[in-house]
Design a protein around this ligand. Structure first.
Ligand SMILES: NC(=O)c1ccc[n+]([C@@H]2O[C@H](COP(=O)([O-])OP(=O)(O)OC[C@H]3O[C@@H](n4cnc5c(N)ncnc54)[C@H](OP(=O)(O)O)[C@@H]3O)[C@@H](O)[C@H]2O)c1
Length: 304
């Protein structure tokens, strides 16, 4: 079984994504191809790449190496700050940037994201979105869903004001330690417009928080009951929150465990409430960047 999530444009996305943008996979050539092949063969059929990671070519190559039909794999890519699109928001620049991505991938992606709200030059997010929409409408990106990444509520509002095609997804750092901030304003706005969250850094509470915090004992208890590890419980929680976890690994043992999350029994409503409650005692963000600017964090400790 592959757990899936429904997008507002009718597509089904394999819920668990594997990213080749962290952990030494970025700009890694053969490693990104070989690991991507193992990932696909293990049954994870969703690859998250980006212009910035320099792994678009390797993403297409991994699918070929695994011998899996293109249509069985979900590919997300992202337009980045270091691209021609970011130099100036003109129709020609955006077209060139997109066409170069299609050439590197050797196929159209299923989902194309603006990697950050600061990829478009200041004040041009709406125009940038319009040019992407034009590429869908003129057939260059026919069948490709459009979305955003790291967009705060105010950035989403800017796009939604002009959108002829609504973003289907917002890819963000997401885990229980940012829940309080997102539940306040971002998630209600996204729910209103059918925008799905993709969670990068979903394992942050167990990998990057100094102590693991109040979540640690809860995750350990649930992992012992289910007979899995704490990482798998976090990924399962993410999916059951209606969010698509974008994790990563270059370790074949962990890759198998990530794939096996598809087969785990659901957490109960009480389990999810326990994780939510522990998460909302802390605000901890690893990939801070501009998400911490002009987007107030909740008044919670960071390191209990
Ligand atoms: N849109 C954006 O701005 C943005 C930003 C950051 C990331 N991303 C995307 O999200 C992807 C994932 O980001 P992330 O690395 O922060 O995700 P993450 O899921 O928080 O962390 C991934 C790390 O978890 C480890 N891991 C995997 N399974 C494990 C297990 N069962 N037990 C213990 N450790 C385990 C892996 O190490 P091993 O290799 O040792 O298994 C890997 O280094 C990136 O590659 C990228 O595609 C997007």
């Amino acid at each position: 079984m592959v757990r899936t999530l429904q997008l507002s444009d009718g597509k089904q996305i394999p819920a668990i994504g594997w990213g080749n943008g962290t952990g030494g996979l970025e700009d890694s050539g053969e490693k990104a191809i070989n690991t991507g092949k193992i990932v696909l063969e293990s049954g994870i059929l969703h690859i998250d790449t980006a212009q910035w990671y320099k792994t678009e070519t390797e993403t297409g190559a991994a699918i070929k190496a695994a011998g899996i039909p293109r249509e069985k794999v979900w590919i997300t890519t992202k337009i980045s700050a270091n691209s021609v699109a970011a130099e100036a928001t003109t129709a020609a620049n955006i077209r060139q940037s997109v066409v170069e991505s299609l050439e590197r991938l050797g196929t159209k992606p299923d989902l194309l994201l603006i990697h950050n709200p600061y990829v478009p030059k200041e004040g041009t997010i709406a125009q940038f979105w319009t040019y992407l929409e034009d590429l869908v409408l003129d057939g260059t990106l026919e069948g490709v869903s459009l979305g955003v990444s790291n967009f705060r509520p105010q950035d989403l509002e800017t796009v939604l004001k002009v959108a002829r095609i609504k973003p289907v997804a917002n890819q963000l750092e997401f885990h229980p330690y940012v829940l309080a901030q997102y539940e306040r304003d971002l998630f209600p706005l996204q729910a209103q417009h059918g925008i799905v969250t993709q969670a990068y850094g979903p394992l942050t509470p167990i990998l990057r928080h100094k102590t693991g915090g109040p979540l640690k004992p809860v995750l350990e208890r649930l992992a012992a009951r289910i007979g899995t590890d704490v990482a798998s419980v976090l990924l399962l929680w993410t999916i059951q929150k209606g969010v698509s976890p974008i994790t990563s690994s270059s370790n074949p043992v962990n890759i198998k465990k990530i794939a096996a999350v598809n087969e785990l029994p659901d957490l109960t409503a009480q389990d999810i409430a326990d994780i939510d409650a522990a998460g909302k005692q802390v605000h901890f963000r690893y990939y801070a960047e501009h998400m911490s600017k002009e987007y107030p964090a909740p008044n919670l400790p960071t390191d209990v």
